[in-house]
Design a protein around this ligand. Structure first.
Ligand SMILES: [Zn+2]
Length: 270
């Protein structure tokens, strides 16, 4: 006899339903659990923390693709100290050619700085900041390189110019991009500054190898001063020993890849 009861008895049971939706439920649980787990340590796991070998700055294509940095400094005067300004102007031209060619090999468009200012007093810099205790400064916003011209020896100023140009390259290439999730603290600043020292050594290695060697010795010895200003400089720029070591890497390696401070362990950028 076919009645409503028989019909009801054949109705599919609940446990069968659960078996069918269970895999979907598990998949959702795994995804939600994973997201909750990542939330706490997202920066670490995605590798954007400074010093992580898989951060964007550490994996920039410039390191692999730009190859040896070609000097292109044939226009430098023989006697660099005879006319310091002329030497700095000649070096500017050479840095321009060098970085344009190097970035082009990694398929990055190079744009020259908006301006290169060789100033007689720090107040003439384009940054509009009140800190006047510098030999050179790069202002990322208007992209201006400033170098203080003082003294009779060209090389220290040439190194400063090459260092500020390195900051410009970090800016143009996106290595110094501050839009990520990194912590832009003093450790970040040390990696940026030590990389600029290393790239400056790369760019001057064929033009002024002996100047570089004596600067490295000086940096390695430290200033001897141990006041607050010196300690602050070490915090943001790294120790003299770290600076000398990155200059050595740049001078000997001659490539942007030799200067990957972003993937280096913390003790090498102290
Ligand atoms: Zn700097």
């Amino acid at each position: 006899m076919v009645g409503p009861r028989d019909w009801e008895a054949r109705e599919p049971r609940r446990p069968g339903m659960i078996r069918r939706v269970l895999p979907t439920l598990i998949a959702f649980a795994v995804i939600l659990g994973g997201l909750a787990y990542l939330g706490g340590d997202l920066r670490e796991l995605l590798g954007t923390a400074p010093g992580s070998p898989i951060s964007a700055a550490a994996q920039h294509r410039l390191y692999e693709e730009s190859g040896p940095v070609d000097g292109r400094c044939g226009t430098l005067p023989k006697d660099l100290d005879a006319d310091v300004t002329a030497s700095l102007e000649a070096l500017t031209g050479c840095l321009e050619r060098m970085w344009a060619a190097t970035l082009a090999r990694a398929d990055i468009d190079y744009e020259p700085p908006g301006e290169v200012r060789l100033v007689a007093a720090p107040e003439e810099a384009a940054c509009g900041i009140d800190d006047y205790d510098w030999a050179g400064i790069y202002c990322p916003e208007p992209r201006v390189v400033n170098v203080l011209v003082e003294g009779e020896q060209a090389f220290p100023m040439m190194f400063t110019l090459a260092h500020e140009y390195a900051h410009h390259v970090q800016e143009v290439s996106g290595i110094a991009d501050q839009r990520g999730s990194e912590a832009f603290d003093e450790a970040w600043s040390r990696r940026l500054e030590l990389q600029a020292d290393c790239l400056a050594a790369v760019s001057l290695r064929s033009a002024a190898p002996r100047g570089l060697e004596s600067l490295r010795r000086l940096a390695g010895r430290g200033s001897g001063a141990d006041d607050g200003v010196e300690a602050g400089y070490r915090q943001s720029h790294g120790s003299g020993a770290s600076s000398a070591e990155w200059m050595r890497r740049g001078q000997e390696g001659g490539t942007v890849g030799s200067c990957n401070t972003w993937g280096a362990p913390a003790e090498r950028v102290s």
